[in-house]
Design a protein around this ligand. Structure first.
Ligand SMILES: *Cc1c(COP(=O)(O)O)cnc(C)c1O
Length: 389
């Protein structure tokens, strides 16, 4: 991914920063759009993976819609120029203020996560003399076989409406004059790499769709969410297998004439397009451990501290040094934050490293910059784009 000229340029830029490869992003978006086109699948990009406006502009240009989980994200999508008729709004805890704002912006659909939310949305839409389009987010109790902190579609998770509440949900829909029920929605988790999980999801979606149609509802939209994973171990193996992914839905999902299939991809579209570039501040060689102390920490990239996520770490200065037969050393690679969980990797093999070396923490395009915090009153993280340097 990194040309030698990039690395020499990194040396002149103040670290830490996110480095975005906008060419790779473009290639990934194109590949995804081309893989979805034969089936006429609709794609909404999940802004929460990364709401950086430079990326959003590229994603909007390719024609995708926006999947938002707060009024702030809805606003950002509108500001960037996403068509409001391609914006969906999910989330278990939409406040009245957020719902009102989304109603004012005439978004395409609210993905509703509880019966009480249906009642509130009906009331707020009524006060504005509007009809809100809704899809019901159903918890299908399908195991995503991913890290337990990022699974969302099991009975014990807070997301969606449980199957046993659907009869009451159907009654509420019928009794809500200001709601237009257009479909059913699912999102079972993130970083899903076992595609069989999606076959199981299709089977459940077919069952729920049949149940609603039995009750006399017609469904215009089947929204199967996102969650497609990326290969964190091989960041140069960059573009996810969108073709196999869409093929499964084409094969296993029962789609009626006139029905639309919607996807909400986040990580798979943006994950590989960025690295966190950081510099070694100090090397500490202890009795039991050797530490590399970087100038980036959990405040810049929280995934390792938050859910023990793996990111490949590369010492760009030493791995490129020509003719060096540098010794391999095992390091704990840590940040400067006053927390023991501020660690990007333990016992990671690296060429012997020195103060001033440039490190890349790879596959940081999704759930990276968006989760940055001010903890320890750190400076805001900056972004650098491949077209700039
Ligand atoms: C987070 C989220 C997504 C995107 O998940 P990825 O794993 O990034 O693809 C899609 N839909 C909903 C409702 C979400 O909350």
């Amino acid at each position: 991914m990194f040309a030698d000229k990039d690395i020499s340029k990194f040396n002149n830029i103040e670290t830490p920063f996110y480095y975005y490869d906008t060419d790779l992003l473009q290639k990934t978006l194109r590949t995804c759009a081309d893989a979805a086109a034969p089936y006429q699948f609709h794609i909404h990009y999940a802004l929460k993976a990364n709401f950086n406006s430079v990326l959003l502009n590229q994603i909007k240009e390719i024609g995708f819609g926006a999947d938002c989980v707060s009024a702030g994200e809805v606003r950002r999508a509108v500001e960037v120029g996403f068509d409001h008729k391609k914006i969906v709004f999910a989330g278990v805890g939409k406040s009245d203020k957020e719902i009102n704002e989304a109603l004012d912006l005439d978004i395409f659909c609210f993905n509703v996560e509880s019966i009480q939310e249906l009642e509130v949305l009906n009331e707020l839409a009524g006060k504005k003399g509007k009809t809100a389009q809704v899809a019901i987010r159903i918890n299908p109790n399908v195991d995503a076989h991913t890290h337990h902190n990022i699974t969302t579609g099991l009975d014990e998770n807070k997301f969606g409406i449980n199957s046993w509440d659907l009869p009451e949900c159907a009654e509420t829909l019928k009794a809500s004059p200001n709601l237009k029920f257009i479909g059913i929605h699912f999102h079972i988790g993130s970083q899903i790499t076992n595609l069989d999980v999606y076959k199981n999801l299709c089977v459940r979606v077919n069952e729920f769709a049949a149940w609603f149609e039995d009750k006399g509802f017609s469904l215009k939209v089947l929204n199967v969410g996102g969650g497609l994973g990326i290969d964190y171990y091989n960041p140069d193996h960059q573009i996810p297998d969108f073709e196999s992914y869409f093929k499964i839905f084409n094969e296993f999902l029962t789609v009626k004439p006139g029905q639309e299939v919607h996807f909400e991809l986040g990580r798979a579209l943006v994950g590989q397009s960025a690295s966190l570039i950081t510099r070694v501040l100090y090397i500490k060689n202890g009795k039991k451990k050797n530490f590399v102390v970087l100038d980036a920490g959990m405040t810049e990239l929280m995934r390792p501290a938050l859910y023990q996520a793996y990111h490949k770490i590369e010492n760009l200065s030493q791995s490129r040094a020509t003719g060096s037969k540098s010794e391999i050393v095992k390091y704990d690679i840590v940040g400067p934050i006053c927390e023991s969980t501020d660690c990007f990797g333990k016992e990671v093999e690296q060429p012997e490293s020195f103060r001033g070396d440039i490190f890349a923490i790879r596959s940081a395009g999704a759930y990276g910059e968006v989760m940055a915090s001010k903890y320890n009153l750190r400076d805001a993280i900056r972004s650098v784009y491949s077209y700039e340097i």
